[in-house]
Write a protein that binds this ligand. Structure first.
Ligand SMILES: NC(=O)c1ccc[n+]([C@@H]2O[C@H](COP(=O)([O-])OP(=O)(O)OC[C@H]3O[C@@H](n4cnc5c(N)ncnc54)[C@H](OP(=O)(O)O)[C@@H]3O)[C@@H](O)[C@H]2O)c1
Length: 305
């Protein structure tokens, strides 16, 4: 039987790739959108107009779906409340719709590696709170949790400028030179979601996901990768903490004037300067058989970002 997947966040960077992967794998997708969907129909895709705040839209979204993939989330916000409303309350409202649907049996929550350290930022705190409360409140629906590291690839806006500058010969470094970073290509991430659905393994323990490079990347590794692709030097530009703090203050003030969520806040600096963002795929690989195929160097060399 063809499975129907109810998906949130389909208009965003990662969610748009999940839509493509699920459709090409033969699933039917019901996707939530806050804005009018583009004209034209795609086979297997039904847009449902509404938001995480709208209970009737969520009921419509999950109608007839066996699986929920909850990818919508706030990655920017001016205070804890903004994150809590979207990432915790929105996730619980969607769980409630899934529980009431009778058809939904499984719910995949796209959390973040940041949830490993809730003390670092409001974002991290909201993701771990959502994970815990979903598990506590679920009864007929089984919960799965993905904690991806930094995801990049076509249509990404966050890391794309960093990699573009790296290939032009300049690498802005936030945090210490000893920092361990990790990355994951969005094609591999979308593949992991499809694999989770078909594997049908029930496990609430969060799965970390990364591109599988042992111990991750130091800033000097990124510099070396850039140099080997360019065949020219890459200059590392260390951004001092006081400068980061000033940019965060400015960004917060600008956001008050424009009404848009700030790019950088004092809270986000905790994540940016954290020393260990290495991750491991051991648990997800052994449970559902997913392994990543795209390492950062290849993606940068082949322009897959
Ligand atoms: N990008 C990464 O490196 C990364 C790493 C780890 C985890 N994640 C997680 O992955 C998910 C997707 O991230 P992304 O990078 O794709 O972010 P994104 O491009 O900003 O997309 C966010 C999506 O969530 C939707 N959304 C936000 N608030 C909503 C609400 N109240 N109601 C309905 N839809 C709402 C947005 O809809 P609109 O288009 O209408 O704004 C958009 O579709 C997030 O949960 C994020 O925490 C991302």
């Amino acid at each position: 039987m063809i499975q129907t997947v109810a998906l949130t966040g389909a208009t965003g960077f990662i969610g748009s790739h999940i839509v493509e992967k699920l459709l090409s794998s033969g699933f039917h997708v019901r996707a939530l959108t806050r804005s009018p969907p583009a004209a034209g129909q795609r086979n297997g895709l039904t847009w449902v107009r509404g938001s995480l705040e709208d209970e009737s839209a969520l009921n419509e979204l999950v109608y007839g779906a066996q699986v929920v993939v909850h990818c919508a989330g706030h990655v920017r916000g001016k205070n804890l409340l903004t994150f809590t409303q979207a990432n915790v309350e929105g996730s619980l409202r969607l769980l409630n719709a899934a529980e009431n649907s009778l058809s939904c049996k499984r719910y995949l929550f796209i959390s973040s590696l940041a949830a490993r350290h809730p003390e670092l930022s409001w974002y991290a705190q909201s993701k771990v709170a959502a994970e815990q409360q979903l598990i506590e409140n679920a009864s007929s629906v089984s919960i799965g949790i993905f904690r991806p590291t930094a995801v990049y690839g076509p249509r990404d806006k966050e890391l794309q400028p960093v990699f573009t500058w790296l290939l032009r010969g300049l690498l802005p470094q936030t945090g210490s030179s000893a920092t361990q970073l990790s990355f994951l290509h969005v094609y591999d991430f979308a593949e992991a979601v499809a694999k989770w659905i078909t594997a049908d393994v029930h496990n609430e323990t969060p799965y970390e996901l990364c591109d599988g490079r042992p111990s991750g990347y130091r800033w000097s590794d990124l510099q070396e990768i850039g140099e080997s692709i360019r065949h020219k030097p890459v200059k590392v530009l260390k951004i001092p903490l006081p400068l980061l703090k000033s940019i965060a203050m400015l960004s917060t003030q600008v956001s008050r004037l424009t009404g848009k969520e700030p790019m950088l806040t004092q809270s986000k600096i905790g994540e940016l300067t954290h020393i260990d963002w290495s991750a491991t795929n051991v648990m997800i690989t052994s449970n559902i058989g997913w392994t990543p195929t795209i390492q950062l160097e290849r993606a940068l060399r082949d322009g897959l970002f």
